[in-house]
Design a protein. Structure first.
Length: 113
């Protein structure tokens, strides 16, 4: 059974940084493309970034140049480094194995002064 556990969210001022982590179990982590997604209040969940098994990355336009996705296969963990945070980045952030429908519980990120 696939399990995803996100952590690292919190309250940060505009311009600040956070690093999210997602530990994955129940699958062969290294062969899976991993993604980060977010859902703001009253909005649909949206894609943020993806990293595949050969460490190629892709980013949504609103976060490109500010966020960095990475992975550590030895730790079965995917990360999202978020810099220059804006109030519009406020959302619950989720990680997901791209090819699997399971979601974790998410981690709340709030950007506010």
């Amino acid at each position: 059974q696939v399990r995803l556990v996100e952590s690292g969210g919190g309250l940060v001022q505009p311009g600040g940084s956070l690093r999210l982590s997602c530990v994955v179990s129940g699958t062969t982590f290294s062969i899976n493309a991993m993604g980060w997604y977010r859902q703001a209040p009253g909005k649909q969940r949206e894609w943020v970034a993806t990293i595949n098994s050969v460490f190629s990355t892709a980013y949504a336009i609103p976060v490109k140049g500010r966020f960095t996705i990475s992975r550590d296969n030895a730790k079965n963990t995917v990360y999202l480094q978020m810099n220059s945070l804006k109030p519009e980045d406020t959302a619950v952030y989720y990680c997901k194995i791209v090819s699997v429908s399971s979601w974790g519980q998410g981690t709340q990120v709030t950007v506010s002064s």
